[in-house]
Every structure is written in structure tokens, then in C-alpha cells.
Design a protein. Structure first.
Length: 132
């Protein structure tokens, strides 16, 4: 899955400008999160057209990168995120960051790891389902 990571200045209207640019381009945000410091933030987005969104934002002079992340479908019940994260912890894989959301009755974990190749092989070996 492709994720946009957008540099945000911590000032009024910055986030609104990004949202309006995506709205004007008819891009649907599926999930998003903001991690911030005192002076800036990183706005991470999963959307329906990540490549187009990246181009639209760059045309607006916004600093944005496209990164690969993993997205795992979970049953919507307590303990599922812990169960899946334990699989990676047991393999010695560190999670760089993670966020989650619900869609159509399924929990979705979005995360980035210290070892992309090993993560992909574990997902396949354990029969985990990726959100598409």
C-alpha cells in the first residue's frame, strides 16, 4: 500500500490547504494521522489515488513523499492488534509507527517496519490478509 507523508507547518490553515487541494482533485482520504512536534508535523494519508495526490500536492508546493506501508485486515474484536503485532515482535521486527482504522466491519492496521522483506514474508507465511 502507498502512503503519503506530508510535511506540515504548525500554523493556521496549513492542514485545510492540503485537504482542499485533495478535495479539488476528487481524492478520497481513507485514513489519516498527524504526528507533531512544536514546529511541524507529519500528516500521513492513505487515499484512493496516492500517486495523483502526491502530484497534486507537489504542484501546490507542498513537501510530500510516497512510501510503502503494510496494511493488515483484522477482525473487529479486542486483542487482534496485539495478536498480529506479537507475530512481528517474536520475529525481532521493530515497528517504526502504526495507526489503525475501521472499514466495512474490519479493523485495518497501517504500519512500517525495520525489515520490509522479512515483514512481507511473515505476512505471507502466517496467512495475514492485506487491505487493498
Amino acid at each position: 500500500m502507498k502512503q503519503l507523508s506530508i510535511f506540515l507547518e504548525n500554523k493556521s490553515g496549513t492542514l485545510l490547504n492540503i485537504l482542499n487541494a485533495l478535495k479539488s482533485a476528487d481524492i478520497q482520504i481513507i485514513a489519516s494521522t498527524v504526528a507533531d512536534t512544536q514546529d511541524f508535523g507529519i500528516y500521513r494519508i492513505i487515499c484512493n489515488q496516492p500517486e495523483k495526490a502526491c502530484l497534486v500536492l507537489k504542484e501546490q508546493g507542498i513537501t510530500v513523499t510516497l512510501t510503502d506501508v503494510f496494511t493488515i485486515e483484522l477482525e473487529d474484536k479486542p486483542g487482534e492488534a496485539a495478536r498480529v503485532m506479537a507475530i512481528f515482535a517474536e520475529a525481532g521486527i521493530s515497528i517504526s509507527y502504526m495507526y489503525s482504522f475501521l472499514v466495512s466491519g474490519k479493523g485495518i492496521l497501517v504500519f512500517r517496519t525495520s525489515d520490509t522483506e522479512m515483514t512481507a514474508s511473515i505476512i505471507k507465511a502466517k496467512g495475514l490478509h492485506e487491505f487493498a
